[in-house]
Ligand binder design. Structure first.
Ligand code: EPZ
Length: 457
């Protein structure tokens, strides 16, 4: 892939309106549900994320017919039952593991590469396998591949909690598989994330019998087959939170449409404490998709954040909040309990003048620290978003390298931010030096060597 950068001129107060795109972390498992039926599954409000492209490629490899028009995807079984997800495809996106459950439930077999790790640590799949084994699947691992097989899955009562609490992916995988198992399945210790509820909604419209989704105990009565359905993907709560912080960190005022208020109550509680105001524009709007006005009080206050499974603070907003908290008057504490290594953005923020002390999975952020532009390196998807946010607030010019990480979960972020008044350009990496040269000798440009393997997360 061509290496591209964002070149950001900081200091612009954002203003204007943005509609929040469909959720990547809902669309990915929703697409996997299409494997459970020979009919057509249609998804609307699907956004242009690179991860979605990868998933469509994987479904094609698995013999599904895919039709894509702007915002809409239709997937139909073609009867060509290849059940192999290659390492080539899986290494780009660990969410590929989500095809395991549907494949073994519908076709009786699946052959998927182990996803490996990503930039912020290893990403185990033991809970996925525990759940499928409990449903009677036979699991073999050979040469980095998992083979899962079963004549007919049988319902079971499963505890799916892991060392860090519940697992979103494992819950979705097992819930999908259980829809076609014989008998009742109880998933205890299930993930409660809104994206799990969105997947359960589609499965119910396909004829599945599911109750308890959104709670730690999900009950599924198996059926013999599922039919096609249409479903609109829920708005992306992490993208929504990212753009809300873009408005706050630039002391701007932005209206966000399709804001998933009800999925962000913990983040809203923290924003309230910090002094970021997020007010519904129309009181009559539903809390699931509403319009909100975002602006911040003149001085931001520090806070403490601990990431936890939903309804706790979302780990996917941790890096973005850290950028914001560098501008608060006082010391904030962030504790990361889901991915204890998810601090690749800390060293990069420090290069921009942030004062952050890290001790294992705890960071103390000293504010207010004025940020100044620098060349920084994107790594995982949300660390990249954090660096863009810092660049918006920094004095001078920031260059964020390797923005392909950002494209995995944000559709054309530079266009969205530019429409809100930010000075952001997407530039091929080789042109960055020309920019530096055009600014003369005083301009600081020294490419930070990237210690990070390409993020596979
Ligand atoms: C989903 O990943 C999201 N990805 C992640 O978003 C998100 O950070 C994560 O949930 C937590 O909210 C998608 O939905 C595609 P987990 P997932 O299984 O399902 C441990 C982003 O930025 N665990 O809920 O892989 C795991 O190590 C991405 O959009 C096991 O121990 O996350 C972690 O500590 C990054 N064994 C915790 O559970 C397992 O078998 C939560 O992981 C699985 C997970």
């Amino acid at each position: 892939m061509a290496m591209e950068c964002f070149v950001i001129e900081g200091g612009q107060r954002l203003s204007g309106e943005v509609r929040i795109e469909g959720a990547k972390n809902a669309a990915l498992p929703l697409l996997c549900c299409s494997l459970l039926t020979d009919d057509t599954v249609q998804l609307d409000n699907v956004s242009d994320h690179a991860d979605i492209d990868n998933m469509l490629k994987l479904l094609g490899e698995l013999g599904m017919g895919v039709e894509r028009t702007p915002g809409r995807i239709r997937v139909t079984g073609t009867g060509n039952d290849t059940s192999e997800a290659s390492y080539e495809t899986v290494k780009k996106m660990r969410a590929s593991i989500s095809v395991l459950g549907p494949l073994v439930a519908k076709r009786g077999k699946a052959f998927v590469s182990l996803p490996g790790g990503c930039a912020f640590g290893d990403r185990p799949v033991d809970l996925h396998l525990r759940g499928l084994r409990a449903l009677g699947a036979k699991i073999e691992m050979e040469g980095g591949y998992i083979t899962v097989s079963a004549d007919r899955l049988k319902g079971a009562t499963i505890f799916l909690g892991g060392p860090n609490g519940s697992s979103v992916g494992a819950t979705e995988n097992v819930m999908c598989a259980a829809t076609l198992a014989k008998g009742r399945t109880v998933i205890e210790g299930a993930a409660c994330e809104p994206e799990v509820v969105d997947v359960a909604r589609l499965l119910r419209s396909m004829g599945a019998k599911i109750t308890g989704d959104g709670s730690p105990r999900i009950v599924i009565e198996g059926v013999d087959e599922l039919s096609g359905a249409s479903h609109s993907v829920m708005p992306d709560r992490i993208v929504a939170g990212t753009y809300a912080i873009a408005a706050a960190i630039t002391n701007g005022q932005v209206v966000l449409h399709d804001f998933p208020y009800d999925s962000l109550l913990c983040a809203l509680d923290r924003w309230n404490e910090i002094g970021v105001r997020i007010e519904k524009v129309n009181a009559a709007d539903s809390d699931e998709r509403c319009s909100v006005r975002v602006f911040s009080e003149r001085f931001l206050r520090p806070t403490t954040i601990t990431t936890q499974p939903h309804p706790g603070f979302p780990t996917d907003l941790q890096a973005q909040f850290m950028a914001l908290l560098t501008q608060a008057q006082g010391n904030s504490i962030i504790t990361e309990k889901i991915y204890t290594e998810r601090f690749l953005h800390v060293a990069e923020l420090a290069r921009m003048g942030a004062q952050i002390q890290r001790n294992q999975n705890v960071c103390v952020i000293t504010g207010r620290s004025p940020l100044s532009g620098a060349e920084v390196m994107a790594s995982d998807l949300r660390a990249s978003a954090c660096l863009v946010l810092a660049g918006l607030a920094a004095e001078g010019e920031t260059i964020v390298h390797r923005v392909y990480h950002l494209d995995r979960g944000y559709a054309r972020m530079e266009q969205v931010l530019s429409r809100l008044g930010a000075k952001v350009q997407r530039v091929p990496a080789e042109h960055v030096r020309e920019i530096a040269a055009s600014r003369g000798p005083g301009h600081r440009l020294g490419l930070a060597a990237s210690p990070f393997p390409q993020d596979e997360g």
